[in-house]
Write a protein that binds this ligand. Structure first.
Ligand SMILES: Cc1cc2nc3c(=O)[nH]c(=O)nc-3n(C[C@H](O)[C@H](O)[C@H](O)COP(=O)(O)OP(=O)(O)OC[C@H]3O[C@@H](n4cnc5c(N)ncnc54)[C@H](O)[C@@H]3O)c2cc1C
Length: 446
C-alpha cells in the first residue's frame, strides 16, 4: 500500500512495468485503477492538491440524479489505497523524453509545507490560521484558510499551505501536535522511468465574462453552472441551500442559458460541448427538487437540446412533464439588472414563434462550453503530441484508434481529447488503460 509519505525511489521503477497517468479526474483515476489491477505500477500525477477533478465539485449526475460524491468517493479511496498506484498530487510534469517502453519523465513535486507522513488530516491547524481567502474548489463562492484542503474527501487527506497567501505567522506550526507543518519545505524534482503514458488532463470552462452583454461579473445574480453546482451542494458554501448570494433570498424564478461560448464561431468555439444540454436540464430539475415550494418558474433558453446518450431523452422529457421546466428555443441577446432588487431580465428571441421576449428572473445561470486546459499545448509540446484545431489532443483515428495519439506509447483519456460526459470519460479511461497495458506487456511496442 502507498502510505502517504512513504519514501519511494521513483528513479528505480522498471519502465516496462510502469505507466504514467497525467491528470487525476475521473478519466485518469479509471485509467490508473485498470492498469494497476493488471499488476503494473502506475504513477498518477495531479497538479492540484487532490485527485477527483470536476466530478468532485458536482452535486448530482445526469440522467439518474445519482449523488456525484457517492459515486466518486469510493474511487478516491481505491486510488489512494491501491498498492500499485503512487499518487503524486500538487505535482506537474516538466519534461518527457524517450520512447514507448522507455520514457524518462521529470515531475516537479511542489512543496505542500506539510509532511505527508505526519499529517493526519485532522484539521486542528485550520482555526489558528488568521488568513481567509476564496476557495477555488467552491468556485470562489466560499472561503478557506491559507492552510487548507479543498473539500472534505480530499485525496490524499493532507493539508497544503497556500504560500501565495501565507503570512508565515507560524500559528499553524505551533498548533500541530504531530509537528507536521514545515514552512521551510522546498519543491522536489523527481525522475521516473515509465513505459507508457496517458494524458487525462480534462478541461476548462469557457470564460462567460467574455460575453459582456450577458452580465456575468457585473450582476451578482448571474452565475455560471459550476458555481450553481457548488451552491446546491451539501458540502458547498451554503450547505446545499439554493439561495442568491447577493441577499440570501431563495430565487422564485431561475433562467438557465445554454451554449454560452459553444457553437459560436464568432465569439466562442465552433464545436458542441456535448454535456451542457444535459447538465443544464439536470440543474433546472435540481432547482425544483430542492425548492419545489418556492421555485415557481424554471426556464431553459436553448439553441437545440442534444439529448444523445442513454436515458437522456427520457430525462429531458421528464423534466418538462414531471417538474414543469419551461424550454424556450432562442439565443439570449442580453441580460440586464434591476439594481434595486438585484433581479435580472433576459432579452431573447423565441426562434419558434419569432416573438421578442423580456423575462424577469431572480437568478440566471449561464451554462458554459468546454475548452482544453490552457496549459495543454505546453504539455503536448513537451512530448511532441499533436493537438487538433479545437486545441484538444488529436487522436490517430476516431473510429479505429480513439485513444491513440501520434506518439506510440502515449494515449489520451476523457476530456483531454474532447468534451465528454462522465460515462464516456470513464470508458475512455479504461480504453487508454488497456492500450497502455498492451504497450507495457510488449515492452514498448504498441
Ligand atoms: C457544470 C457541469 C456539470 C456537469 N455535470 C455532469 C453530469 O451530471 N454528468 C456527467 O456525466 N457529466 C457532467 N459534467 C461533465 C464532467 O465534468 C466530465 O465528464 C468529467 O469531469 C471529465 O473527467 P476528466 O477526468 O476527463 O476531466 P476533469 O474532471 O477535468 O479532470 C482532469 C484532472 O486533470 C488535472 N490536470 C489538468 N492539467 C494537468 C496537468 N498538466 N498535470 C497534472 N494534472 C492536470 C486537473 O486538475 C483535474 O484534476 C458536467 C460538467 C460541468 C461543467
Amino acid at each position: 500500500m502507498t502510505v502517504a509519505g512513504d519514501k519511494i525511489d521513483y528513479s528505480a521503477m522498471n519502465p516496462t512495468e510502469t505507466a504514467l497517468v497525467i491528470g487525476g479526474g475521473v478519466a485518469g483515476m479509471q485509467a490508473a485503477l485498470d492498469i494497476a489491477d493488471q499488476n503494473y505500477q502506475v504513477v498518477l500525477v495531479e497538479k492540484t492538491p487532490s485527485v477527483g477533478g470536476v466530478m468532485a465539485m458536482l452535486d448530482k449526475t445526469f440522467p439518474t440524479l445519482d449523488c456525484s460524491a457517492c459515486i466518486l468517493t469510493p474511487r478516491l479511496s481505491e486510488v489512494s489505497r491501491h498498492p500499485n498506484i503512487k499518487l503524486l498530487t500538487y505535482s506537474e510534469v516538466t519534461e518527457i523524453t524517450g520512447e514507448a517502453g522507455d520514457f524518462r519523465v521529470k515531475v516537479l513535486k511542489k512543496a505542500r509545507k506539510v509532511l505527508e507522513d505526519k499529517c493526519s488530516g485532522c484539521g486542528d491547524c485550520v482555526p489558528h490560521c488568521p488568513i481567509q481567502v476564496k476557495n477555488e474548489f467552491d468556485q470562489g463562492l466560499g472561503y478557506r484558510k491559507a492552510i487548507y484542503i479543498g473539500f472534505p474527501q480530499s485525496t490524499p487527506l493532507i493539508y497544503t499551505v497556500d504560500t501565495d497567501n501565507c503570512i508565515k505567522c507560524e500559528l499553524c506550526v505551533k498548533s500541530c501536535e504531530r509537528d507536521a507543518i514545515d514552512l521551510t519545505m522546498e519543491d522536489e524534482e523527481i525522475e521516473i522511468p515509465v513505459g507508457a503514458i496517458i494524458i487525462a488532463t480534462g478541461y476548462e470552462l469557457f470564460d462567460v465574462s467574455k460575453y459582456r452583454r450577458l452580465g456575468y461579473g457585473r450582476f451578482k445574480n448571474v452565475i455560471n453552472a459550476l458555481e450553481y453546482e457548488r451552491l446546491i451542494n451539501a458540502s458547498g458554501p451554503t450547505g446545499g441551500n439554493l439561495m442568491r448570494l447577493s441577499d440570501g433570498k431563495i430565487p422564485k424564478s431561475i433562467g438557465f442559458v445554454q451554449c454560452v461560448g459553444a457553437r459560436d464561431v464568432k465569439e466562442g468555439v465552433p464545436y458542441c460541448s456535448r454535456v451542457c444540454c444535459m447538465y443544464g436540464v439536470k440543474n433546472a430539475v435540481m432547482a425544483k427538487e430542492l425548492q419545489h415550494e418556492n421555485v415557481k418558474d424554471v426556464t431553459v433558453y436553448y439553441a437545440d437540446i442534444r439529448a444523445y446518450g442513454k436515458g437522456f431523452e427520457e430525462f429531458y422529457q421528464m423534466s418538462k412533464k414531471r417538474f414543469g421546466i419551461k424550454f424556450i428555443r432562442g439565443r439570449v441577446a442580453e441580460i440586464n439588472e434591476d439594481s434595486k432588487t438585484g433581479d435580472v431580465f433576459i432579452s431573447a428571441e423565441n426562434t419558434e414563434t419569432s416573438e421578442l421576449l423580456e423575462q424577469k428572473h431572480e437568478l440566471v445561470v449561464l451554462c458554459p462550453g468546454i475548452l482544453p486546459p490552457r496549459d495543454l499545448k505546453e504539455l503536448a509540446d513537451k512530448v511532441g503530441l499533436n493537438v487538433g484545431p479545437d486545441g484538444f489532443i488529436a487522436i490517430e483515428h476516431p473510429a479505429s484508434n480513439p485513444v491513440d495519439t501520434n506518439i506510440p506509447g502515449v494515449y489520451v483519456a476523457g476530456c483531454a481529447e474532447s468534451a465528454k460526459d462522465i460515462p464516456d470519460s470513464v470508458a475512455a479511461g479504461s480504453a487508454a488503460a488497456m492500450r497502455a497495458s498492451i504497450t507495457l506487456s510488449k515492452g514498448g511496442a504498441s
